[in-house]
Design a protein around this ligand. Structure first.
Ligand code: TYD
Length: 199
C-alpha cells in the first residue's frame, strides 16, 4: 500500500508520517518530499535556500524532477517488492502549492507530476486538516518555504480543499487538531477503512 500525507505547513504531517510508518511495521518505507535520493535532497536544499530567487515555473519543475528521481529509484522498487510506502507529501503538494497558491494551475501541476511519476498515485492520501492560522503558530522556521506568510497558507488550504473534492475516492480529510496521539488514531482509522474496502 502506498499512502501519502498532505497538509499546510505546520499541520503535523511529518510526525504523523512517522507514526503511521511505525504502525505499519518495520518493512515500511518512509520518504519525504522533496527528498529521498541524493539528487532530490540536493534539489530540496536549493528549493529551501532563502538566498535563491526562483521563478514559480522553475520551482514547479524542480519539485517534479525530485519526484521523478524518488519514484524511479526508491518508491517504485519498494512497492514492487511488496513493501508499504508512506510519503510525507507527494504530487498533491505540487498541485496545491505551485498549481493553486502560486497560480500556475492545478491541471498543469497534475500533468507535470503525472509525467514525473509515470502515473503512480497513492492508494490513499491523508489530508491533515487544520486552520492555517493554528498551523502557522505551530511552525516557526525561517527557510524559504516557511517565510511565505499566512495568506499563502490560506491559498494552499483552499487549493487542497478543491483537490480533495475532485479526488474524493483517494483523499481522506482528517482533523489535525489535538495531540499527536489523537491525530494518529484518526489516521489509523482512515487507513484501516481503506484496507477493509479493498479486501
Ligand atoms: P515539508 O518539509 O513537508 O515542510 P513542512 O513539514 O513544514 O510542511 O515541505 C517543505 C515545503 O515544500 C513546504 O512548504 C511545502 C513545499 N512543497 C511545495 O511547495 N511543493 C511540493 O511539491 C512539495 C513536495 C513541497
Amino acid at each position: 500500500m502506498f499512502v501519502s500525507l498532505e497538509g499546510v505547513d505546520g499541520s503535523g504531517k511529518s510526525t504523523q508520517a512517522e507514526l503511521l510508518a511505525n504502525a505499519l511495521g518495520p518493512e515500511t518505507l518512509l520518504v519525504r518530499e522533496p527528498g529521498g535520493t541524493e539528487a532530490a535532497e540536493r534539489i530540496r536544499a536549493l528549493l529551501a535556500d532563502p538566498s535563491v530567487e526562483l521563478d514559480p515555473m522553475a520551482e514547479l519543475l524542480l519539485f517534479c524532477a525530485a519526484r521523478a528521481d524518488l519514484v524511479r529509484q526508491v518508491v517504485g522498487p519498494a512497492l514492487k517488492d511488496g513493501r508499504d510506502v508512506v510519503s510525507d507529501r507527494f504530487a498533491d503538494s505540487t498541485s496545491a502549492y505551485q498549481g493553486g497558491a502560486r497560480g500556475l494551475g492545478v491541471e498543469l501541476a497534475e500533468r507535470l507530476s503525472d509525467a514525473a511519476t509515470g502515473g503512480l498515485e497513492p492508494d490513499l492520501t491523508v489530508l491533515l486538516w487544520i486552520d492555517p492560522e493554528s498551523a502557522a503558530s505551530r511552525s516557526g522556521g525561517e527557510d524559504r518555504f516557511e517565510s511565505q506568510g499566512l495568506e499563502f497558507q490560506v491559498s494552499v488550504a483552499n487549493a487542497y480543499e478543491q483537490i480533495a473534492v475532485r479526488n474524493a475516492e483517494r483523499i481522506v480529510k482528517v482533523n489535525a487538531e489535538g495531540t499527536p496521539e489523537d491525530v494518529h488514531a484518526r489516521v489509523m482509522e482512515s487507513v484501516g477503512k481503506r484496507v477493509t474496502s479493498n479486501e
